[in-house]
Design a protein around this ligand. Structure first.
Ligand SMILES: Nc1ncnc2c1ncn2[C@@H]1O[C@H](COP(=O)(O)OP(=O)(O)OP(=O)(O)O)[C@@H](O)[C@H]1O
Ligand SMILES: [Mg+2]
Length: 270
């Protein structure tokens, strides 16, 4: 991928004409976001392939059970397990397709609790593998104007960072609550990981800032684009993202989404 650099004469253009560097930087930023999206989808491929393998095993085993046992109860059980596995497979496929769409989805009244649940389906095995307990405290909050695919990317980035900061054996807490004073819905992702040194806190949202040497054992991470993508997503949602961290104790990312009357008046999507 090459992005033509503006010529020297264009860069010397008078201050009254639009600065060609602005367009160039804008183009670079949008390509960067695209790259981050593709990297995220690439990383998901290995997770989802394993998950699909597990689902296929379930389908095959219950199909065999149904064929072997002719009684109604066994067949009923076999069919319902096969249906459950197929539904889970369909959910995973539609999420990966949503994440790989080059155009981000529109903001619409969204139930964040559902997006959290859907995203966790993708990370369930990974968290089990690294023995990380995911604790959810999800309140019944108002709808917010959001693009579900964008929020999924945000959560995937935050949860992957949290998992990598923990290494093995630890806890991630996901909290969703309404904050009346700011009329916003607050999403908090807190981990029991290594924490972030005070002097790095101002840098972590910069594109390409990373302390990781490359992809980890699960093939994820190390480009330094995750949090800059998160910040951009939060800004598109007119929200705020804040971090607090203590070295050796853990980190919490806290995101505020404004509750708009538009979102509050709509009914949740089925
Ligand atoms: N939960 C966390 N705990 C500790 N450090 C974190 C956490 N989240 C982010 N960081 C620090 O912030 C840096 C930047 O994070 P960011 O997600 O942008 O990039 P990355 O994880 O290094 O690479 P990737 O592009 O694959 O996400 C990380 O390298 C890490 O040092
Ligand atoms: Mg990251």
């Amino acid at each position: 991928m090459t992005i033509p650099k503006p010529s020297a004469s264009a860069l010397r253009a008078s201050s009254s004409s639009p600065d060609p560097r602005d367009a160039w930087i804008e183009e670079l930023q949008s390509r960067m976001v695209q790259l981050e999206r593709l990297a995220a989808v690439g990383e998901l491929t290995s997770t989802t392939t394993h998950e699909f393998n597990n689902l296929l095993m379930t389908v095959m085993n219950y199909a065999k059970m149904g064929l072997r046992n002719k009684d109604d109860a066994s067949r009923e059980k076999a069919f319902s397990r096969i249906l459950e596995a197929a539904n889970r497979g369909a959910k995973i496929t539609s999420m990966v397709l949503g994440l790989s769409r080059s155009r981000p989805g529109e903001l619409e009244p969204t139930k964040l609790a559902r997006v959290i649940e859907d995203t966790l389906v993708l990370l369930e095995r990974e968290m089990q593998k690294y023995r990380i307990l995911v604790d959810k405290q999800i309140d019944d909050v108002p709808l917010v104007m959001a693009a579900a695919d964008q929020i999924q990317r945000l959560l995937l980035n935050l949860l992957t960072n949290a998992r990598q900061a923990i290494g093995e054996n630890g806890m991630i807490k996901i909290k969703l609550a309404f904050e009346a004073s700011s009329n916003s819905v607050v999403l908090t992702v807190r981990d029991s990981g290594c924490g972030i040194a005070q002097e790095l806190l101002t840098k972590i949202f910069d594109p390409f800032f990373t302390t990781k040497s490359g992809p980890d054992s699960s093939g994820k991470g190390g480009t330094g684009l995750g949090l800059s993508a998160c910040k951009e997503i939060v800004e598109k949602h007119h929200g705020r993202i804040r971090v607090e961290s203590a070295v050796g104790k853990g980190t919490a990312f806290c995101i505020r989404f404004p509750v708009t009357t538009e979102a509050a008046e709509e009914k949740p999507a089925a």
